[in-house]
Design a binder for this molecule. Structure first.
Ligand code: GLC
Length: 862
């Protein structure tokens, strides 16, 4: 229903609310819960009567089914992916903006029709369509049912598209974005409609990804409910026998992806919705920010990181950089952006500026604000139903300012928005941080976003309500920001950090973080399943504010030294590693704030040392991490992986949410409980595990207890792994060229690694300018053979040598490579100076073999 509002009345209410509320955003108790508009329940008594197939038409990639008043299209996109649409007769099939790929090559498939059913068969999937009543069943190539419509089937209830599916007790569900309610969604109700959640643990979070994975009997499949409308998911909460999903309105379209491995599902899902771009390497380094930093704080903090020898790659500028919260303008808190840029760049640092979508309307008497004037002239704003510009408010909190909201549905708006970034890029900014892009409008009566009936006009003149556009608003803003990089920083990889996101955002943004978490142990714990589920919805570059962003004083929340230490231990192994905290907009160096500072050295020497130790480790592992990003870019592979993702055959991993894989080979089992100095660690079945600190080896499929005092992060390496790393710690990713690559090798039988290298900053990798080397280390009897094959060599690398670092090794009798005998040296320093040779550390039982890089290298260790 279109809600009619009188703007004047609305402004009065906004004025009263803002006068009544204190000027802080987070600290007050009067701050009402942010909840979206009431849900629209599905009336189960009003579901459609069972339909039957009256006619079948074969299409070039599937079938069209006549169901009487409706028709269904089932299209085979690839041998393991199908698109299902149920439409009122005459309606056209649709894709939301989330879909990146629509031109699928026609797959081979067969259609067989009998009295009872129509069967579509591909190489790996059978789609069994029951004619009466109409229903769809997906089977794998062995004829095993993977997923099947429940009796309620699918249809529209009072305009709401719905689908019911059968399930049984052994099925689990994952995905659906960064929700705060744990890893496995079975038995839970979820919904997709992003908001700035308050409290943080609200049902509705910052992201909108209507995609989930079902895992049953060791087999995974994925379903993308391709709708921009608010949607709901009942994952067998109502009944053990079925689950269902529906949306407030729109057409019924879903994509079905058969695994059977979760990684296959994600790979295909990210073919459909897009792969992430390679991020600039600096974005993988540690980042620091605070809501409150002024220029002097930024410079001071930057220097302090260098003085204290804690690696850092980036600083992020929060809303204080702007002139009175006006996007694209520098204000007096940053009097000399050029000078700051020079200081930061001299220290090898990159910086990112925050942007909020709202554009402020200058108050009467205030100077002209060009972005507002220009955007108004070009007619780029979201409208009221009567055609006037919608006025809302964002920053500053507590004063009756007015803002317009860009209508990113229009290409003109996105182009114009992209161009505005010149203001930051001209001053050297390297990244853009899109915040408040749900979009937030500080109006309680409108549930903290724009009223649902506000109008977005599309390029073709058609009009959409905010209700339909809401979930894709951040996606469209991010698309425009990505465009800013393409235009204004050609051949430089974008860094776009976004708070809110919609399916497919990974192709326009770089990273996301899980918003305003709090400094408490529960939020540290839940961050792991949040990140895991973001990864499982196709978005691998994710992190959480290390130490916690907010502090609820009434609950006594505080970032204690212990909490920070445990958080930085985890945080150093997140895809996005950023320490960010709320100083309530006040410069930490000049104002006595009720908030506490949260840079790693604010907690005493012990915590500073712990921070340095783990951030250093991240930098040592940078080649491994960078390669994990490469695999995310190519296949959607997760960087932070829940155990179930890598070990889905082991049912003990299905609910494990306090451990994760950092890339394919390293398992992190952090201490997440206050006061704890030990924890139980589950070692997944199907692998042998090495305790990273002690070298002790364990069989998989068991739980062990690990002592972990403050400063010890339990880390385990999967045996038969090669982990490329650097032996020198850099203070930032671009400090020193990589000349020697250490290959930490934990060998049982055979380990392989495909090592990728490029320039880390430009888009030349897309044109093929990179190196790829296949590395193998294997045991044949008592002999170990190392080989490195340069498959692609189109990037000029500084790499001169590898150091094979073989753990649990024996002192070799002979090491030969390229018909040359390698000489033995007596310490690592001597080995450093040689171009080839080996050293055996008998105390640690580690063999180091220094091997020069060449096109094809083979070294035999007897
Ligand atoms: C929002 C962001 C937070 C930022 C603050 C001020 O709360 O989530 O990261 O510091 O706004 O811009």
């Amino acid at each position: 229903m279109i809600l009619k509002r009188v703007i004047k009345g609305w402004l009065m209410i906004a004025l009263v609310i803002s006068i009544l509320l204190p000027s802080t955003y987070f600290a007050q108790t009067a701050y009402a819960d942010m909840q979206p508009h009431p849900e629209k329940p599905l009336d189960k008594n009003n579901l459609e009567k069972p339909m039957s197939v009256q006619n079948v038409e074969r299409l070039n990639n599937g079938v069209k089914l006549d169901l009487g008043k409706q028709e269904a299209y089932i299209r085979v996109l690839s041998s393991d992916t199908a698109k299902v649409s149920l439409l009122n007769k005459g309606d056209k099939e649709e894709n939301t903006v989330g879909i990146a790929k629509t031109d699928w090559p026609t797959s081979k498939f067969k259609v067989n029709k009998s009295n009872k059913k129509i069967v579509i068969t591909t190489n790996s999937l059978t789609i069994d369509i029951k004619q009466k009543p109409f229903g769809i069943k997906f089977l794998d190539k062995n004829g095993k049912t993977i997923n099947e419509d429940a009796n309620q089937g699918m249809g529209y209830e009072n305009g709401k598209p719905y689908v019911f599916k059968k399930t049984d007790k052994s099925e689990n569900f994952y995905g659906i974005g960064e929700k705060t309610d744990g890893l496995n969604k079975r038995g839970k109700e979820e919904a997709v409609w992003h908001q700035d959640p308050f409290p943080y643990e609200a049902k509705y979070g910052y992201s909108s990804v209507p995609f989930f994975i079902g895992l049953n009997d060791k087999k995974a499949y994925g379903i993308l409910f391709d709708t921009t409308w608010r949607s709901y998911y009942n994952f067998a909460k109502e009944s053990d026998d079925y689950y269902y999903f529906y949306a407030d309105s729109g057409k019924l379209t879903y994509y079905f992806i058969n695994g059977p491995k979760m990684k296959d599902v994600i790979n295909r899902f990210t073919d459909l919705t897009g792969k992430m771009q390679m991020p600039p390497e600096w974005a993988l380094g540690f980042q620091q920010s605070s809501w409150g930093y002024h220029q002097n704080d930024v410079e001071q903090v930057a220097k302090e990181y260098r003085d204290k020898k804690i690696p850092l790659d980036g600083l992020m500028l929060d809303i204080e950089w702007m002139d009175d919260y006006k996007n694209f303008t520098w204000g007096s808190n940053f009097p000399d952006p050029n000078g700051m840029n020079k200081t930061l760049k001299d220290l090898g640092l990159h910086y990112t500026t925050i942007i909020d979508p709202a554009i402020r309307v200058p108050d009467p008497g205030q100077p002209e604000y060009a972005p507002y004037t220009e955007g108004t002239q070009k007619d780029l704003w979201v409208k009221n139903p009567d055609g006037s510009n919608f006025l809302g408010k964002v920053w500053p909190w507590g004063v009756p300012s007015k803002s317009v909201f860009p209508n990113f549905l229009k290409k003109d708006t996105r182009d114009w928005w992209a161009q505005q970034h010149k203001a930051m890029f001209d001053k050297g900014a390297d990244g853009v941080w899109n915040d408040m892009n749900e979009p937030v409008n500080f109006s309680e009566e409108d549930h903290w976003t724009l009223p649902l009936d506000r109008i977005f006009e599309a390029d073709d003149g058609s009009k959409y309500t905010h209700e339909e556009v809401h979930n894709i608003y951040p996606f469209l803003e991010d698309q425009a920001t990505n465009e800013a990089f393409k235009r204004l920083k050609p051949n430089t990889r974008p860094f776009v950090l976004t708070r809110s996101l919609y399916t497919g955002a990974q192709r326009y943004t770089t990273a996301t973080w899980t918003g305003d978490n709090h400094s408490n142990w529960d939020h540290l714990k839940m961050s792991i399943s949040q990140d895991a589920n973001v990864g499982l919805t196709g978005f691998p570059f994710v992190g959480n504010d290390i130490g916690g962003f907010s502090k609820n004083k009434e609950l006594g929340e505080e970032c204690t030294p212990e909490l920070f230490a445990r958080w930085v231990e985890v945080g150093s192994f997140l895809p996005l590693s950023r320490d960010h905290y709320n100083n309530d907009g006040k410069s930490p160096s000049t104002t006595e704030s009720y908030m506490q500072r949260q840079e790693p050295w604010q907690f005493g020497k012990q915590v500073e040392d712990i921070s340095r130790k783990y951030i250093n480790m991240r930098y040592e592992l940078m080649p491994y991490l960078y390669n994990a990003f490469k695999s995310a870019h190519e296949t959607g592979n997760l960087i932070l992986q829940p155990l179930v993702y890598r070990f889905q055959d082991d049912a003990n991993t299905h609910n494990t949410e306090d451990q994760f894989m950092f890339g394919n080979s390293i398992m992190i089992a952090p201490v997440l409980t206050q006061g704890a100095t030990s924890r139980n660690v589950y070692l997944p079945d199907g692998a042998k595990w090495i305790d990273y600190w002690t070298g002790a080896e364990y069989k998989g499929g068991q739980t062990i207890s690990k002592q972990a005092d403050l400063g010890t992060l339990p880390i385990y390496v999967k045996k038969d792994s090669i982990i490329p790393s650097r032996d020198d710690v850099q203070q930032h990713t671009g400090e020193k060229p990589l000349t020697n690559l250490t290959l930490d090798t934990y060998l049982d039988h055979k380990a392989t690694y495909s090592y990728y290298q490029d320039d880390g900053i430009s888009e030349d990798y897309i044109k093929g300018q990179y190196n790829l080397t296949d590395i193998k280390v294997g045991k044949i009897g008592r002999t170990t053979v190392f080989s490195a094959d340069q498959k692609i060599n189109r990037y000029h690398s500084d790499l001169k040598s590898y150091t094979l670092k073989l753990h649990d090794a024996k002192d070799p009798k002979l090491v030969i490579g390229g018909l040359k005998k390698y000489t033995k040296v007596s310490n690592l320093k001597d080995l450093d100076e040689k171009s080839r040779g080996y050293y055996f550390d008998s105390a640690e039982k580690i063999l180091y073999v220094k091997i020069p890089v060449s096109g094809h290298t083979k070294v035999i260790i007897h």
